[in-house]
Design a protein around this ligand. Structure first.
Ligand SMILES: [Zn+2]
Length: 320
């Protein structure tokens, strides 16, 4: 399947560029200017967004990320967090079923889930997709939902660190609704604006130190963040799109295991600098454990409302 050269998000390249005066996708209030030229927020519900453009497959960004270093730096944290998420999904779907992961990356979640579910992944980055396929994982290169067959339906759809990169969030949630069986589950795992690191980064940005804030939004990286939700406004958005949150929780953004690799990957400080930062984080981990976490997840059930998707109901109840 040919991949779009500009939009690298796993959703088809339909962009919704946020700007001052756009409607908040959660509560409908006007979006206002935020803390950076590309940052916007809603004063009604606390939703935050950016107009940063994703460019995963663009040639200029092909080498922007050291994929080997990135995989090694994140593997352990993700594996532990994914094991927790899978346990939550299994508690709601003990019989298993068909599970789709959108933007499956290297396939770490699929590897863990395939013992309990009939899994399939979609990944828009052709190089990453090839690596996941080499591990005998059932992955398809392309976009959601275009990479699926017209009749494909799932018991569970999962987005791990993906939904915050997709501009057209209302559309993609409606597509999930259409691709889930009645009673199917939607699991979103994403950064939280309630988290302690995000709050500190926001405070620092407010006093003229935007470095950490820019990094939280992944400014300059091939696939920057375009949304930041908190627990409350995410639940409102899901209900608006005919999903009922069943389980909401948080996950640590830092774990002891794999921490040094993460610091070494992200840092330009050299070995001594990395050791100092590692020691500082090691000492602060018990304290950070008491603070609001920076990763949240939500597992919602697709509400059955006479089988008409939400956006069609708003347009007079036509079936798609
Ligand atoms: Zn709002």
């Amino acid at each position: 399947m040919p991949l779009d050269a500009v939009s690298g998000t796993p959703y088809a390249p339909r962009t919704v560029s946020m700007k001052k005066g756009s409607s908040c996708p959660v509560c409908g209030q006007a979006i206002v200017a935020g803390r950076r030229s590309w940052h916007f927020l809603c004063r009604g519900c606390g939703y935050e967004c950016s107009n940063l453009a994703p460019k995963i497959n663009a040639e200029s960004h092909r080498h922007a990320i050291d994929e080997v270093g990135r995989e090694r730096s994140l593997r352990e944290l993700r594996r532990r967090n994914f094991a927790e998420l899978l346990a939550q999904i299994k508690s709601l779907k003990p019989a298993g079923g068909r599970l789709l992961e959108v933007g499956c990356g290297h396939g770490w979640f699929l590897e863990i889930a395939r013992g309990d579910f009939d899994v399939v992944g979609i990944e828009p980055d052709v190089n990453v997709c090839r690596k996941a396929a080499a591990k005998a994982l059932p992955v398809r290169a392309g976009y959601f939902p275009d990479a699926l067959g017209p009749a494909d339906r799932y018991d569970v759809i999962v987005f791990n660190d993906v939904i915050e990169h997709i501009p057209a969030i209302g559309e993609v949630l409606d597509q999930c609704w259409s691709r889930l069986v009645p009673g199917g589950l939607l699991m979103l795992n994403l950064p939280s604006s309630d988290g302690i690191f995000y709050r500190i980064a926001t405070l620092l940005c407010g006093i003229g130190l935007p470095g950490a804030f820019d990094r939280m939004w992944q400014l300059g990286l091939p696939s920057p963040h375009v949304h930041y939700f908190n627990r409350a406004n995410l639940a409102v958005l899901l209900r608006k799109r005919e999903f009922e949150p069943r389980v909401q929780g948080t996950l640590p953004a830092l774990r002891l295991v794999g921490l040094y690799h993460r610091i070494a990957y992200a840092s330009t400080r050299g070995v001594v600098g990395c050791v100092i930062l590692y020691t500082a984080l090691l000492l602060s981990l018990p304290f950070l454990g008491l603070m609001p976490r920076d990763i949240m997840y939500s597992i919602s059930v697709r509400i059955v409302v006479d089988e008409v998707p939400p956006e069609d109901r708003a347009n007079g109840g036509r079936r798609r």
